[in-house]
Design a protein around this ligand. Structure first.
Ligand code: 5RP
Length: 299
């Protein structure tokens, strides 16, 4: 029997203080359930509203991609600087320490390899497996304009239904075919379709012209993919411009792990994304960090 509540001081109900009702910090996410918002807060930093996702899922269709031949050697040193990891369940179980305490965005679609028609994907995970792995979100590729467009949209809507049932957000990834125009018109079309059909947030490619209209016409947060490796200053500039245009972060892979100094690069990207550091300053920071790394190796 608990003690009867007889505190010496009277109860205080703070009748003059209205109950707090704080809107959720991410665009278009206010009506989501608590579990979804909690998971999104493991992906996006609630202080800045942004994320640096480290994408290392490339092996799911292209095998041991350059820089990912030995994830244990090349990627584990980057983990302290990633807000979130985007990867497959195979690499997660085999290599990532379960003590990793930030969000896991699990690759949830797959099927064809680079030797085949890439848009012919299926859902590649069961919901109970995603729950068992305690993921913060599931990622699905959507091929708007691709050969298997409808199938990939259907993969996405099924994952959204399953995710909504259990409070797991879905990241819709706009996959642009080799022959398609990478312009704002296409990115607006693809991003808007997948947001309308229910994804929690969208990953798309940055386009230099009118990217702000891609962000404006998408009702949920957008993060940008890094794309193929480009010089570090250019990648930092791309990330900076995307953030200025309203992106909620980056989901970057090759421009980090294929950099000549991956730790220095992810730290520089963090500065751009979370602190709004200008590209030239971030690049100088990258060079300083890179040289520190070299000196450490010598000593
Ligand atoms: C694969 C993906 C990748 O995660 C994404 O493209 C990786 O990032 P990057 O382009 O920066 O290497 O979604 O389709």
């Amino acid at each position: 029997m608990p003690d009867v509540d007889k505190p010496e001081k009277g109860k205080e109900f703070y009748l003059d203080i209205p109950a707090k009702s704080t809107p959720f910090f991410l665009k278009g996410c206010n009506s989501l359930d608590w579990g979804m918002k909690n998971r999104l807060s493991r992906i996006f930093n609630p202080e800045t509203g942004k994320t640096v996702m480290l994408a290392i899922d490339h092996g799911y269709f292209q095998g041991p991609t350059t820089g990912l031949e030995r994830v244990d050697v090349t990627i584990l040193p980057l983990l302290p600087y990633a807000d979130t990891l985007m990867l497959t369940r195979g690499i997660l179980r085999a290599i990532i320490p379960p003590a990793f305490d930030r969000g896991i965005v699990l690759r949830a679609s797959g099927g064809p390899s680079i030797l085949n028609e890439l848009s012919n994907e299926q859902i590649a995970i069961d919901m109970d497996e995603a729950i068992r792995l305690n993921v913060a979100a599931m990622a699905v590729q959507v091929f708007i304009g691709g050969k298997y467009e409808t199938q990939s949209v259907h993969n996405m809507t099924r994952l959204v239904d399953m995710g909504n049932r259990y409070g797991i957000p879905v990241l819709g990834v706009t996959a642009v075919g080799k022959d398609m125009a990478r312009d704002a018109k296409y990115m607006r079309l693809a991003s808007r379709i997948i947001a309308e059909l229910g994804v929690t947030y969208v990953k798309t490619y940055y386009v230099p012209k009118d990217f702000d209209t891609v962000v404006a016409s998408c009702p949920v947060p957008i993060v940008i993919a890094g794309g193929k490796k480009i010089p570090e200053l250019d990648a930092l500039t791309m990330a900076y411009n995307a953030i200025q245009d309203g992106a909620a972060g980056v989901d970057m892979g090759r421009n980090i792990f294929q950099s000549e100094a991956p730790v220095a690069m992810i730290k520089a990207i963090r500065k751009v994304v979370h602190e709004g550091t200008k590209p030239k300053e971030a690049y100088d920071f990258f060079l300083t960090e890179k040289n520190k790394g070299k000196n450490k190796k010598k000593g």
